[in-house]
Write a protein that binds this ligand. Sequence first.
Ligand code: FES
Length: 145
Amino acid sequence: MLGAGGVGLAAALTACSGYGQPAAEETTSAEPAPSSAPETASGSGSGDSAANALAKTGDIPEGGGKVFKAEKVVVTQPTAGEFKCFSSVCTHQGCDVDAVEGGTINCPCHGSKFSIADGSVTDGPAKKPLPEKTIKVDGESITLA
Ligand code: FES
């Protein structure tokens, strides 16, 4: 005797409880849209070092250096793999040094020369060394700290 009846399907389809109701949607839709215009190179950039890269290590000749007029600095590589950075403002009367030649950073105004290794005066009339600036060398990129 095979019992044909009583396959109780009914109970299986009870509650459709799974309506995906977004429980708590954010009610404020007005975003405070941050001003998206980035300040252009105001000197005090923080964070993203790649964006602020001053130079590539390959740009700086070994035993020499390069003047960065816009940033008013000069970056030197006195010995292979060692990078230094100094103010490019001559300590004599404030001209911008404009060349790195012969192992010195040279001022065009009155001929002062400064060491690429430490900014010290190697030839007057300047008496004070070029102030050193802090840089970071990250891989190939040199950034002002
Ligand atoms: S200002 Fe540089 S040598 Fe005079």
